[in-house]
Ligand binder design. Structure first.
Ligand SMILES: C[S@@+](CC[C@H](N)C(=O)[O-])C[C@H]1O[C@@H](n2cnc3c(N)ncnc32)[C@H](O)[C@@H]1O
Length: 436
């Protein structure tokens, strides 16, 4: 191996400087990397992102100035070095130190070599292990590499044990879960087909048409994917569509639909009969809806560029409406670790937008219509508080109990030992009164 650490450093710099999503940067790594080298780069980049708070805590014990004040490439090299020492058993400690010094040279930071060497060797001399701070909340923040505001918020909302379990399981790589396209195949037939293509697939617990794929490599390389036999979709999103309870022949609105996973699953439950209007505010994302539906053989989906917060004059009623609103995404931080480091002030305007989308969509509900409000986040402000505000101000609507939500009308799903899906919130609302 040679040069992978420089590729990892460049990727980390790009994610930090341009606020790019890690998955997108890693999808576009330079060509020519072998599978092993690519896996190493991805493990290092994801690992450093995921454990940033833990790594910075270790570094802070060996630096005279605050970690944030370091030159960005030097800081990234130090984080990568500590990550290799703490979490990469395949890298001998001496290699982690020497390669970090070499990397500084390759990055044009030769003068930082002695600092990097000194810090990493001092950590090794102290045993090379993580020593947690005494304060329990600080310790949880360092252990799970989650900002303190997030630790406190999760603990206050879900209790200490559930929050700790969620944070711990958010450090485990997410499985690749897909939804079998029931318009074209069955779970058993798809498992056999994938086996022929060299990919191991097994049924996922809890969803009849969900499979977990192992070592699939790029999906674009699989004929079964190109033929539209499945799409990628986490368990929580599949449950969300089940809660919508769409049936063949219905008129359905997906108000925030792109990239389209939930619309696609809904169309499959509808057996490609009825009408499915799938909207998104961004034109380029609407194109994703068109492409996905085409690949999967869905022809009831009408993609539309539309702002879901702006009422549409003369829209006929829908029997089912999905508001899978934009959110802070904390439930999927195991897939995009950079999410957890965002300044929570950036989320301030989300609840009002989410409320507007819900309120506007409710205009299109007829009697007996059902609306699902969902997010992939775990903040009450974006979940319970939005639907409560809506229900409090709209007496013609009521909570709607669903069997798939355990008999309740809303449910929060937390990734944990017994549940491998993303963190997610689902609430069901029905119309009880007539329109004013
Ligand atoms: C959580 S994602 C939806 C995921 C999608 N339901 C799926 O399963 O693939 C939220 C989407 O809402 C879109 N969006 C954001 N603001 C919107 C608005 N005002 N009106 C409509 N769509 C919006 C975003 O572009 C994004 O694609």
């Amino acid at each position: 191996m040679g040069g992978e650490r420089k590729i990892a450093l460049d990727a980390l710099q790009k994610i930090e400087e341009q606020e790019s999503y890690s998955n997108l940067v890693l999808e576009r790594l330079p060509g020519g990397l072998g599978a092993r080298e690519r896996a190493f780069v991805c493990a290092l980049v994801y690992g450093v992102l995921e454990r940033r708070i833990t790594l910075d805590f270790v570094l802070s014990r060996y630096l005279r100035r605050p970690v944030e004040k370091l030159d960005a490439p030097v800081r990234a090299i130090l984080r990568m070095g500590v990550y290799q020492l703490l979490y990469m058993d395949s890298v001998p400690p001496s290699a982690a130190v020497n390669e970090s010094v070499k990397l500084a040279r390759a990055a044009g930071k030769t003068s930082a070599g002695s600092l990097i060497n000194g810090v990493l060797r001092a950590f090794l001399r102290d045993g090379g292990e993580l020593v947690l701070p005494g304060d329990p909340k600080k310790a949880a923040s360092v252990r799970y590499s989650a900002p303190q505001w997030l630790v406190s918020s999760l603990m206050e909302t879900y209790g200490e044990a559930a929050a700790a379990s969620f944070l711990e399981h958010s450090l485990v790589p997410a499985p690749l879960t897909v939804r079998v396209n029931t318009l074209k195949t069955t779970p058993q037939a798809l498992i056999a087909r994938l086996r022929d293509e060299g990919v191991e697939a097994a049924p996922a617990r809890g969803e009849e048409s969900a499979l977990i794929l192992k070592d699939s490599g790029s999906l674009l390389g699989l004929p079964s994917f190109r033929e539209g036999l499945f799409h990628v979709q986490d368990l929580s999103s599949q449950l969300c569509v089940r809660a919508l309870d769409v049936r063949p022949g219905m008129r359905v609105l997906d108000a925030c639909a792109a990239p389209g996973g939930k619309s696609f699953t809904a169309a499959q439950y509808m057996e490609n009969r009825g009408e499915l209007i799938a909207c998104d505010i961004h034109e380029h994302k609407v194109e994703l809806l068109r492409q996905g539906a085409g690949r999967l053989g869905i022809n009831i989906l009408t993609p539309r560029q539309r702002d879901a917060a702006v009422p549409q004059e003369g829209e006929a009623a829908f029997e089912r409406i999905l508001c899978d609103v934009p959110c802070s995404g904390l439930g999927i931080m195991r897939r995009k670790p950079e999410i957890k480091y965002k300044d929570p002030a950036k989320y301030r305007e989300l609840p009002d937008l989410q409320y507007k989308i819900l309120e506007t969509s409710s205009h299109y509900m007829g009697r007996d219509s059902i609306l699902i409000y969902s997010t992939c986040t775990l903040r009450r402000e974006e979940n319970e508080q939005v639907v409560d505000r809506f229900l409090d101000g709209h007496p013609g609507f009521a909570p709607c109990e669903r069997e798939v939500l355990g008999g309740a009308w809303s449910r929060t799903l937390l990734t944990g030992a017994d549940y491998s899906g993303d963190g997610f919130f689902i609430a069901a609302i029905k119309r009880t009164g007539t329109k004013k």
